[in-house]
Ligand binder design. Structure first.
Ligand code: PMP
Length: 469
């Protein structure tokens, strides 16, 4: 059988778009607007590139949705999936049964996780992982005899998924506005966004300040009522917000002081994205629970879960009694087989070390050169995530940059030029972000940065003509 990667298939784009509009409601989408414009149809991927139904090649600067860490077209993953499907396509882990790939993957995850993690709870997605966290931390405190300790503290502009608990834990106003969220028992503090709130402070001063909001909130809610704090080590969907170096150690200190559980949502940051298996290692934190998904299978098949640290696992196991939670697809053998092969590739190709020591620093250096572009007011990066802010004019400090009027949606204009010129870069307001596949080489980083600069030029010409600068 020839794989789709080698077949030169022809697609009737208009026909697919018509059926797409007629039947397919896309996630996070304005359906009316999509139906007017028609979706772009992706048909094939190889390495860091994608091809659409019209044969156009694009460089995928977002690794799909922050997940295709090993790149597209990995036959050894499809073969592992095929073999597992032939052997045992499904069996559940309820009723005291198990399956071999799930056991092997749980063992492997305990090996690559930070010290103190011996257990894993599998789910089908990152959102379900965070739903699991919510129920698990409350169950932990119940078993400890503190039934009052149920409040979870999160942050504004956090993203923790789209289920009811996930969206409630998240801090996206637009999501809370739909469906009466957040649910009770979840409160939010400010995010460590230096650009937004760090005026008049050094980054390090601001990091301590932003962490102090956690202590303020704990005292407001009552320390005896707080179960856990949850945060993404680097906020992804919120716009690649990299906290000051002082932030996480201070958060850890505050959690320790009040005995509060720390949940690191590493759905994006895990599996090498920031040059460590888990970003908790990079920021020097010792979380009690780690949410993962995406990079665990490089997105080839859905899988997520929670790494459960010894403090929580010990109580759940030793106190006994059912944990009344789980999914049909918890420990799905095919997903676990894909994850095992994906992790084998990451190890064999030393992708974590490469990002840490070679391509990550190189990306940082190359990406920072975009800072001299007239549209770019601020660049930042960490491992294999990076972002830049489009500004109307630059000031002496980042806080004196002048932003565009939000209504102009300059980020979306820029994203359009990127997309139409072979580069996938995401817009969060006027911040343009990337999270490329970890297999990207130095030469491909050069190619990407040149492509981004070219598209910034096109954007600049366009908005000059519209009189926006
Ligand atoms: N947490 C974080 C930090 C995420 O970035 C995401 C997805 N972008 C999720 C949770 C939710 O994962 P999923 O879409 O697999 O439910």
């Amino acid at each position: 059988v020839k794989s789709a990667a080698t077949r030169n298939e022809l697609f009737d784009t208009a026909a697919i778009q018509k059926l797409d509009s007629a039947h397919y409601l896309h996630p996070f989408t304005d359906f009316k607007q999509l139906n007017e414009n028609g979706a772009r149809v992706m048909v094939r991927g190889e390495g860091i590139y994608l091809w659409d139904s019209q044969g156009k090649k694009v460089l995928d600067g977002m690794s799909g949705l922050w997940c295709v860490n090993v790149g597209y077209g990995r036959t050894s993953i499809s073969e592992a999936v095929y073999r597992q499907m032939e052997t045992l396509p499904f069996y559940n882990s309820f009723f005291n049964t198990t399956n071999v790939p799930a056991v092997q993957l749980a063992t492997k995850l305990a090996e690559i996780a930070p010290p103190g993690f011996q257990h894993v709870f599998f789910t089908g997605s990152g959102s379900e992982g965070n739903d699991t966290n919510l129920r698990m931390v409350r169950r932990y405190w119940d078993l400890m005899g503190y039934q009052e300790r149920h409040t979870i503290i999160s942050r504004h502009n956090a993203y923790h998924g789209s289920t009811v608990a996930g969206a409630s834990l998240g801090g996206m106003d637009g999501m809370h506005a739909q469906g009466g969220l957040p649910i009770p028992g979840i409160v939010h503090i400010g995010q460590p966004n230096y650009l937004e709130a760090g005026q008049g402070m050094t980054e390090d001063e601001f990091g301590l300040k932003a962490a102090s909001w956690l202590e303020d909130k704990i005292l407001e809610v009552g320390a005896d009522k707080v179960a856990a704090f949850i945060g993404e080590p680097v906020q992804g969907a919120g716009g690649v917000i990299i906290p000051p170096a002082t932030y996480w150690p201070e958060i850890q200190r505050i959690c320790d002081k009040y005995g509060i559980l720390l949940i690191a949502d590493e759905v994006i940051c895990g599996f090498g994205r920031l040059g460590k298996w888990f970003a908790s290692e990079l920021f020097g934190i010792r979380p009690d629970l780690i949410t993962f998904a995406k990079g665990v299978t490089s997105g080839y098949v859905p899988l997520g879960g929670v790494l459960v640290g010894d403090r929580v696992a010990k109580v759940l196991i030793e106190k006994g009694g059912d944990f009344n939670h789980g999914f049909t697809y918890s420990g799905h053998p095919v997903a676990c087989a894909a994850a095992l092969e994906n992790i084998r590739i990451i190890e064999a190709e030393q992708l974590v070390q490469r990002v840490d020591e070679d391509t990550g620093p190189y990306l940082k250096q190359r990406f920072a050169t975009l800072g001299d572009h007239p549209l770019v007011g601020y660049t930042s990066s960490c491992g294999f995530v990076a972002g830049l802010n489009l500004v109307r004019s630059k000031g002496a400090t980042v806080h004196e940059n002048v932003a565009f009027d939000e209504a102009l949606s300059v980020g979306m204009v820029c994203r359009g030029y990127m997309f139409n010129n072979g580069m996938i870069m995401r817009a969060v307001g006027d911040r343009m972000i990337i999270a490329p596949p970890l297999v990207m080489t130095r030469a491909q980083i050069d190619e990407m940065v040149a492509l981004i600069r070219h598209c910034l030029d096109l954007t600049y010409e366009d908005i000059k003509q519209r009189g926006w600068v």
